[in-house]
Design a protein around this ligand. Structure first.
Ligand code: NOJ
Length: 726
């Protein structure tokens, strides 16, 4: 592979090399792009999703250019390609890496079948501020869960090795710190101290590198005053020197030119030079790349060398070789039709959605619903019959008819036994529209007049009044969550809260189904609505999955991958904070509201119940580098088979720096039959007990006392201790 890449490099002109370092968007066929491809001056294209168009462009590259170097086609395959899976934060809520891997395996297969070789996923940004819209694209707030989900995604996309059949190259993004955008405002700067960078924000990226990821995307953000795309410490010292990453780095869209916008480079040429020197191999851009303009003069001026250009191009060529693009550059259009959205893929999507839902409340065991008790059911809310809102962001809307809304899913399940009526009740919209609405062909219906709004609300309430059960489907529309979808408030959008309260006031049985990519302010609902099921954006089969969950043909077992605040005033709030002065008052830090979350990290109910007992450590003392075994019994104390996620937390009691009150260091999702009891084992060793100490500037495993808790969420009480001795 190396020889083959070097052989090509020896024959390539400078323009051809710079071409390999350039990637452009193609939203529709364009003469300028065709010409560049045919001249060997473009290495990659993103956003083309039709196999016929991919093949046309690939023919231009392979047939017309001197060296026949194929293009690599990239796309945001975030949670499925044609078969859409639950959004990434939902997949993390499954606490089931095997399920996440299965989903991304299907996504890879569908994408590869149309000629897409490269997913701009997984997004590994830790996010602790739910105002940030892209929290939906990640695995939440925790580095340990985030790392497990990261590795699962890498294996799902790439398979056992880069170039495995029916798999694609993965790209970890956004390297790094993007999730810490100040104020939760997408694209804003972040200031992240070293301790959080090493112990929290970088951890999932390191896990992805260890899992063999082949590419990385630099972030838009300005990190500690050095924009990530020009940040040599990140892209070189950490990524390549410390972690030995041997793949290639692509910039985010236009983020090389943004170095000028940030005031980090004087002009576009300097921006190109700085990104190149930092370690960005390929530049992603919308109309033209700064690399195609700035790197030639830099070479002529002696600011960079020919050797450095070759070193930047080599891993890109190697990746094209490993992916088999030289041998099989084209998509098989007929086969792609057979691969996309098969019944098997849809089944995987439904099962994944069933595993990702989190039951937040179930007072008086309202759920699961009886299939025979309700003759008239009112389904209410603007999201209940909306296909785009069932899918979430990063989805082309081409095949919406495949998507089962919650209303449709309920009708599929019990339409023959009950009369199901529907009314949206309210409309919801962004104050500032999203530029993604155009990109993803989202059609927004005209806004109601004030008169219509009144009538629609009244109609929904009347439907609920004349029914035996109301199922409210509320939350955020898909364009309210995702890139450039930050919010200042976490309220239910528009007049959804009024609709909720009006329906609840009727005194009928009522269930709230939430569609969302972030925790929302449901303080009122958490006191007054007996049953709340968070289904995130559940994907193509969302409606069928939700109907199974509501009627007990599936049992919720998901757990929150993020702390759910009471309201936005608590942000940021995360479970792994440090112990500080007067910890006994931790829950009363504000005088006007509890400072505990509404729902803690790791929380989620079941239709069954579980008991943890018999927490046993194999040893009470170990020396650094040794491992101890933690075992615990988990029993399903209820009458139905159900899943529990056993979670292990530790606390380092003291040390060279202060450490969090709790840190997740192990978890296992398991299914237990009624009254079944199982013994689980976890191991604690160097990987779990080492952290980056800012005091000693080293990775340390300190000879101190540790607490251990195991249970069903981050407030677990079953406890033990052990010591590390010198
Ligand atoms: C910008 C986004 O930040 C990134 O996540 C995405 O992969 C690229 N655009 C390409 O769509």
């Amino acid at each position: 592979m190396r020889q083959r890449a070097d052989g090509l490099l020896q024959q390539m002109t400078l323009d051809e090399k710079l071409g390999q370092l350039s990637q452009l968007f193609q939203f529709e066929p364009k003469k300028a792009i065709d010409e560049k491809v045919a001249a060997g001056q473009l290495g990659s294209i993103l956003f083309v999703t039709s196999p016929a168009e991919i093949n046309r462009l690939q023919h231009l590259a392979v047939d017309n250019t001197r060296l026949h170097i194929p293009l690599i086609f990239g796309f945001d395959v975030i949670h499925g390609f044609r078969t859409i899976f639950p959004v990434p934060i939902a997949m993390a809520a499954s606490w089931d890496p095997a399920a996440v891997m299965r989903a991304q395996t299907v996504a890879a297969k569908e994408a590869r079948s149309v000629g897409i070789d490269w997913a701009f996923a997984p997004m590994l940004d830790i996010a602790r501020d739910p105002r940030w819209g892209r929290i939906v694209e990640g695995a939440g707030e925790d580095p340990y869960l985030g790392s497990a989900i990261a590795a699962a995604q890498v294996h799902g996309f790439q398979g056992d090795y880069i170039g495995a059949p029916d798999h694609i190259l993965a790209c970890m993004k956004h390297f790094a710190g993007y999730g810490a955008a100040i104020g939760g405002r997408d694209y804003d700067e972040a200031y992240i101290p070293e301790t959080l960078l090493y112990n929290v924000y970088l951890a999932p990226f390191h896990a992805a590198v260890k899992a063999g990821i082949g590419s990385a995307m630099s972030a838009y953000l300005d990190l500690n005053d050095v924009p990530a795309t020009g940040n040599r410490w990140l892209l070189h010292d950490v990524l390549r020197d410390q972690w030995k990453f041997s793949g290639f780095v692509v910039s985010d869209a236009n983020s090389v030119k943004s170095l000028e916008t940030h005031g980090y480079a004087r002009d576009v040429n300097e921006a190109a030079l700085s990104a190149f020197n930092a370690g960005v191999n390929m530049e992603m851009a919308i109309n033209f790349t700064a690399y195609s303009k700035g790197l030639k003069p830099a070479l002529e001026n002696g600011q960079i060398t020919k050797q450095e250009i070759d070193d930047a191009v080599r891993p890109i060529l190697e990746m094209k070789i490993r992916l088999g693009l030289f041998e099989h550059p084209f998509a098989d259009v007929d086969r792609s039709k057979q691969v996309l959205a098969t019944p098997e893929h849809r089944t995987v999507s439904r099962e994944t959605a069933e595993r990702t839902a989190v039951l937040l409340r179930n007072e008086g065991r309202v759920l699961p619903l009886s299939k025979t008790a309700y003759k008239k059911i009112a389904v209410v809310g603007p999201l209940a019959d909306s296909q785009p809102d069932t899918l979430g962001s990063w989805v082309f809307q081409d095949d919406l008819q495949e998507t089962v809304t919650i209303l449709a899913g309920l009708r599929n399940k019990i339409g023959a036994k009950a009369e199901i009526t529907y009314a949206p009740g309210v409309q919801i919209a962004r104050k500032f529209p999203s530029f993604f609405d155009d990109i993803f062909h989202l059609k927004t219906p005209p806004a109601w007049t004030a008169e219509q709004a009144k009538e629609e609300m009244a109609k929904a309430v009347t439907l609920a009044r004349t029914s035996d059960l109301a199922i409210l489907v509320l939350g955020e529309a898909q364009n309210m969550s995702g890139e450039a979808a930050s919010r200042e408030s976490l309220d239910l959008p528009g007049r959804e809260e009024q609709l909720l309260e009006a329906v609840a006031a009727l005194g009928k049985p009522v269930v709230l189904v939430l569609l969302n990519g972030r925790p929302l302010n449901i303080k009122w609902a958490a006191r007054h609505i007996p049953a709340i099921l968070d289904v995130w954006y559940p994907g193509t089969q969302g409606g069928n999955a939700v109907a199974n969950l509501l009627f007990g043909d599936a049992v919720p077992g998901g757990k929150l991958p993020i702390t759910w605040p009471r309201d936005e005033g608590q942000i940021p709030t995360y479970y792994a904070h440090n112990t500080t002065q007067a910890p006994e008052n931790q829950g009363k830090r504000y005088w006007d509201e509890d400072s505990t979350p509404l729902y803690p990290f790791g929380y989620g109910l079941s239709y069954s119940a579980f008991a943890f007992s018999n927490l046993t450590l194999s040893r009470s003392e170990i020396t650094p580098g040794e491992t101890l075994d933690v075992s615990v019994d988990v029993e399903n104390t209820g009458a139905i088979a159900a899943d529990e996620v056993a979670q292990l937390y530790i606390r380092q009691q003291y040390g060279s720096t202060s450490r969090p009150v709790r840190e997740l260091k192990g978890f296992q999702r398991l299914t237990l039959a009624p009254h079944e009891k199982k013994k689980l084992h976890f191991s604690l060793g160097n990987d779990e007990l080492t952290y980056w100490s800012t005091a000693t500037k080293a990775w340390v495993e300190e000879p101190v006392t540790f607490d251990v808790w195991v249970g069903g969420d981050s407030t677990a009480t079953l406890h033990a201790n052990f010591n590390i001795t010198k």
